[in-house]
Write a protein that binds this ligand. Structure first.
Ligand code: KG4
Ligand code: ZN
Length: 347
């Protein structure tokens, strides 16, 4: 089976072509995965501007499709088109959906709508060997911070989520207030590395770890961002400039501490066999390394899966894998019935 998948929920235009090998526990062969970033368009605004994003998707989609088709060198016809329907920015979602619908109607290929969060989780199933359920899923992106209990593919229960800003949003807002540019995650991570890799001690200031000891699975990152704002006001321009890498290291560590502590507690409480991670923040080198160490030390029998960084940030491979499982369970959708659903959410 060949799947062409399209992801335009935010500011990355991505089209992938994947081949499914096997049926019940399939492995997925990536024939093409093209991601066209819009960073340059949104960077001057310090965040994604929905209408500019939609316009750029419309411009990029035919070019990205051509690249994907030429990379995949297909010998057979595509069997299924998978398209992200939400959650995400509505104008961006509609740009992808409109394009996918036309493609499906003209080429007479069945279509399936995909939940973006289930897509992030599905990036863990590229290789299906040694997948065990139940599992805890940690999804940390620019729009979401969620802990989800997954009993099997298709059966999800939301345990907790952020009450305000998502973790990635906090990275982006802190980078903006430090004058570092967009997107904030990779920039903060690079600056934090300077401190982590040096012999210098983190200076004498500490940021809060919001909700770390509260016995539910919710998060809150907007107070942490405000704490950075007060720190910067207190330091003044010169000291902030000198201490920017230190602030980045301490901010990053605060986010990591909260994510790891709550995830480990969920794993223990629900006695799960695996943990599946996803979302752009999971591309963070320190978070990946520290989560690995924590699981090895405290829960060595739990299987930890973290997709490669390029499959943590938005991409269409994950959409294709999630689409395949959805298609197995539900069958194809009518193209005209596929609509953007901004508030789509695992409950
Ligand atoms: O999953 P994603 O690509 O898009 C959404 O669904 O939101 O996540 C994007 C988010 C952005 O907030 C970005 O700053 C963050 O992921 N991010 C990172 C890193 N790379 C991307 N955050 C921390 N460290 C990184 N290396
Ligand atoms: Zn995402």
């Amino acid at each position: 089976m060949l799947i062409l998948s399209i992801e335009t929920s935010c500011d990355d235009t991505s089209i992938a072509i994947i081949q499914v090998n096997g049926r019940k526990r399939p492995c997925f062969n990536i024939l093409a995965n093209i991601v066209s970033s819009q960073t340059e368009i949104h960077a001057p605004f310090g965040g994604v501007v929905p209408n500019l994003a939609a316009r750029a998707h419309q411009r990029n989609l035919p070019i990205v499709l051509e690249k994907a088709l030429s990379e995949a060198k297909l010998k057979n016809k595509i069997d299924l088109i998978a398209i992200t329907v939400g959650p995400g920015l509505e104008p961006s979602l509609w740009a992808g959906i409109g394009f996918a619908r036309s493609l499906a109607l003209v080429s007479k290929i069945p279509m399936i709508g995909v939940d973006h969060i289930k897509g992030h989780i599905a990036a863990n199933f590229l290789n299906n060997k040694n997948i065990k359920f139940p599992a805890i899923c940690l999804v940390v992106s620019g729009g979401h911070t969620q802990l989800i209990l997954m009993k099997e593919v298709g059966k999800y229960k939301l345990l907790g989520e952020t009450r305000d800003d998502a973790a990635g949003e906090a990275f982006d807002k802190v980078a903006k207030l430090l004058g570092l540019g967009y997107p904030g995650g990779p920039i903060i991570s690079k600056l934090a590395d300077k401190i982590i890799n040096s012999k210098f001690q983190i200076p004498n200031f500490k940021l809060p770890r919001p909700m770390i000891n509260i016995k539910d699975y919710d998060f809150s990152f907007s107070g942490l961002k405000t704490a950075v704002l007060y720190l910067v006001k207190n330091f003044g321009i010169k000291k902030t400039k000198d201490l920017t890498p230190d602030i980045c290291a301490e901010f990053q560590q605060a986010v990591i501490d909260v994510l790891i502590k709550k995830t480990l507690r969920a794993i223990k409480e629900y006695n799960v066999k695996s943990i599946f991670c996803g979302g752009g923040v999971m591309a963070n080198k320190e978070l990946r390394a520290q989560l690995k160490t924590a699981i090895q030390n405290e829960l060595p029998d739990v299987i930890l899966r973290i997709p490669p960084s390029e499959l943590c940030t938005d991409n269409a491979v994950m959409t294709g894998i999630a689409g395949y499982y959805e298609f197995l369970r539900e069958g194809a959708d009518m193209p005209e019935k596929i609509k953007a659903n901004v508030n789509l959410s695992i409950k």
